[in-house]
Design a protein around this ligand. Structure first.
Ligand code: NAP
Ligand code: G4F
Length: 348
């Protein structure tokens, strides 16, 4: 049985990846940061009581800003594969919390790489490492973007991801470690954080449909993104670590749509005219925007045999259907007097 360690296991991708690895027979360990409220909701479908002898999912408190915790967990778990998904992953927020973002995203990656380097050297074990890179690193580079496109980051988040990318390349070359950089374009799902634009739209439109809110405030509707399905993208992460040679790959659909087009599709699923409910709020604009991301996934297809399965329209429909169901439950509770459930999706 292989053992995997995931940083960021409580996030969107972490939850899909943990599911995938468990389905492949792995023992899965995840690093969870301590919070005053439960932050493991996304893992509910796969949560197992660790006291059960059959349990294969284990969670450990740790933090990418705390190198000692990372080293202790590594020693205890002795993983065959590490997936470094932990991040302050919100681009707009990174302009307000630039140092923190760099500490988690760039230096956090360096902390894990240093721990892995020592672990491999002392124990003479092979550990394969996946680094969660981002299409944001391409920023202002002209589309389509591929593995050979030069990075041009446009936010503190993107600059930190570029640093993490090059740390990863350097540790591969300098220390002979098996490290892959996945350069993933936007990928979404019903588990996407509610402050990212796709989920913000599907949550809000579904609530508007159910009479739970009146308005949706957004920023730039003209930005274009290459949006895929998170469930498909975690498979690409796994495939990279199964290949004989460590390398870097773009993971994308090869199609891009504007935020406005996403709105059109989502509103059509709910039979809503979004023009009457959407308003612009400058707080959601970015000081430097990334206008157009469109990935060329040719290398991942050729070398890894990876291709996305869910289409853009299917993705939008899946997210809308999920959020309509949530809004219906919320409306039922509201009717029964549980008004505390009535909260607008305001931030992000
Ligand atoms: P996400 O939902 O925001 O999840 C981020 C995860 O990182 C969460 O588990 C979060 O914990 C954890 N985290 C945050 N700060 C941490 C810290 N200091 N120490 C340890 N863990 C910390 O992000 P995602 O969408 O799953 O993305 C996964 C990774 O891929 C991220 O690195 C992201 O930057 C990158 N990426 C994402 C996309 C995309 O479109 N989704 C595209 C390209 C790259 P909490 O749950 O406690 O907040
Ligand atoms: O959904 P977003 O916040 O995602 P963004 O900035 O593309 O970043 C996501 O994808 C990256 C991969 O390319 C990841 F690395 C990163 O961690 C994250 O997962 O915004 C998408 C677009 C932007 O152009 C933004 O300006 O939507 C535009 N937008 C318009 N109104 C909005 C809003 N974005 C958000 N979050 N909220 C709005 O109200």
């Amino acid at each position: 049985m292989k053992t995997a360690l995931i940083t960021g296991v409580t996030g969107q991708d972490g939850s899909f990846l943990a599911e995938l690895l468990l389905s492949k027979g792995y023992e899965v360990h995840g690093i969870v940061r301590r919070a005053s409220t439960f932050n493991t909701d996304r893992l509910d479908p796969i949560y197992e009581d660790p006291h059960e002898p059959s349990a294969r999912l284990f969670l450990h408190y740790g933090d990418l800003t705390d190198g000692a915790s990372l080293r202790r967990i590594l020693e205890k778990v002795q993983p065959d594969e590490i997936y470094n998904l932990g991040a302050q992953s919100h681009v707009r927020v990174s302009f307000d919390q630039a140092e923190f973002t760099a500490d988690v995203v760039a230096t956090g990656t360096l902390r894990v790489l240093e721990a892995v380097r020592d672990h491999v050297e002392h124990l003479h074990r092979e550990v394969k490492f996946y680094q969660a890179g981002s299409s944001e690193m391409f920023g202002a580079a002209n589309p389509p973007q591929s593995e050979t496109t030069a990075f041009y980051p446009r936010s503190p988040y993107a600059a930190a991801k570029v640093a993490a990318h090059w740390y990863a390349v350097n540790y591969r070359e300098a220390h002979g470690l098996f490290i892959c950089n996945g350069i993933l374009f936007n990928h979404e799902s019903h588990r996407r954080g509610e402050t990212f634009v796709t989920r913000k739209i599907t949550r809000a439109l579904a609530r508007i449909k159910m009479g739970l809110q009146d308005k949706l405030f957004l920023g730039n509707l003209d930005a274009k993104r290459d949006w895929g399905y998170a469930g498909d993208y975690v498979e690409a992460m796994w495939l990279m670590l199964q290949h004989e040679k460590p390398d870097d790959y773009v993971v994308a659909t090869g199609e891009s749509y504007s935020v406005r087009e996403f709105l059109d599709r989502a509103a059509a699923c709910l039979d809503i005219d979004w023009h009457s409910v959407v308003a612009q709020d400058a707080r959601y604009l970015r000081p430097t925007e990334v206008d157009h991301l469109l990935g060329d996934p040719g290398k991942a297809r050729r070398v890894l045999g990876w291709a996305p399965k869910l289409s853009f329209d299917e993705l939008v429909k899946k997210m809308v259907e999920h959020d309509l169901e949530l809004a219906k439950q919320e409306a039922t509770l509201a009717k029964a007097g549980h008004h505390t459930m009535l909260r607008a999706v305001r931030h992000g």
